[in-house]
Design a protein around this ligand. Structure first.
Ligand code: HEM
Ligand SMILES: [Ca+2]
Ligand SMILES: [Ca+2]
Length: 296
């Protein structure tokens, strides 16, 4: 029941308003495009695309920001605030924070050179959030292939959706704590790649945990198909990344995307639309938040 034209009468300037804030944020810091794309994923996987990830903790409310996959990791909330206030100026009380995330993730992808798609709209904002669901539903980088497949299938996404959406790791950064075990202990990794990553990620846990490395060693601010080329060369940064090309059922899909960038881009766009359809609140459910960080 979502549709691209949902706000065409009620907020005709919506797209240009979101786009200009996203573009200037990325101009300031290219990584922000990656961070905004990831926010939408972490929203949709936890009780659907309902803006739950945006709610701040308070003394009487526990949100999702301190859940393990988000804590010291999810970022871009200030940009969402900037978008929301710009949108509230042109059409007050009309556009949900959940829809703003959906548009911002598309605009981020496009700005960094990726595909475009028609974003379906009409989601409303949750009045609740779930730290436990965030811990349980967002896949961990320690996951094996079967676990990755099952966490996507739990929200109605296929194995192919999982492989193509993982191509998001063509942009952005990861913290040492999330790839340390891979670079020091695993054997399905290119040894010179592992060696160079060790330079900024000490073996001892607790030291340098938040040091960053690009998920895609070659083009971390370009949304291309290089993620798959990396996997074929055993240069996936996360354990979960290399799981997709490890003598397994998804190898052929990875190989395909590594040589066919346009197929990657069109499949990615379709899968983003599918992810955006996860359990939206519509009709009289939820609300249109005034401030994305708190319920009305
Ligand atoms: C397949 C399962 C996935 C796992 C296990 C996973 C895990 C991770 C981890 C551990 C990081 C680094 C976080 C940090 O170190 O702070 C990361 C970053 C990122 N992920 Fe994923 N991810 C997955 C799928 C996805 C999907 C489906 C998307 C988007 C549709 C996505 C988009 C991103 C982006 C763009 C970044 C970089 C963010 C930044 O630089 O701020 N990931 N992911
Ligand atoms: Ca959510
Ligand atoms: Ca790239």
């Amino acid at each position: 029941q979502l549709s691209p034209g949902f706000y065409s009468k009620s907020c005709p300037k919506l797209f240009q308003t979101v786009n200009s804030v996203v573009r200037s944020a990325i101009q300031k810091e290219a990584r922000m495009g990656a961070s905004l794309l990831r926010l939408f994923f972490h929203d949709c996987f936890v009780n659907g695309c309902d803006g739950s990830i945006l709610l701040d903790d308070t003394s009487s409310f526990t949100g999702e920001k301190r859940a393990a996959p988000n804590f010291q990791s999810a970022r871009g909330f200030e940009v969402i605030d900037q978008i929301k206030s710009a949108v509230e100026k042109v059409c007050p009380g009309v556009v949900s924070c959940a829809d703003i995330l959906a548009i911002a993730s598309r605009d981020s992808t496009v700005t960094l050179g990726g595909p475009s798609w028609n974003v379906k709209l009409g989601r409303r904002d949750a009045r609740t959030a779930s730290q436990a669901a965030a811990n349980n539903s967002i896949p961990a980088p320690t996951s094996n292939l079967n676990r990755l497949i099952s966490s996507f299938s739990a929200v109605g996404l296929s194995t192919n959706d999982m492989v193509v959406l993982s191509g998001s790791h063509t942009i952005g950064q990861a913290r040492c704590t999330n790839f340390r075990a891979r670079i020091y202990n695993e054997s399905n990794i290119d040894s010179s790649f592992a060696q160079s990553r060790k330079g900024n990620c000490p073996r001892a846990s607790g030291s340098g945990d938040n040091n960053l490395a690009p998920l895609d060693l070659q083009t971390p601010i370009k949304f291309d198909n290089n993620y798959y080329v990396n996997l074929v060369n055993k240069k996936g940064l996360l354990h979960s990344d290399q799981q997709l090309f490890n003598g397994v059922s998804t190898d052929s899909t990875v190989r395909g995307y590594s040589t066919n960038p346009s197929k990657f881009k069109s499949d990615f766009a379709a899968a983003m639309i599918k992810m955006g359809d996860i359990k939206p609140l519509t009709g009289n459910n939820g609300e249109i938040r005034k401030n994305c960080r708190r319920r009305n």
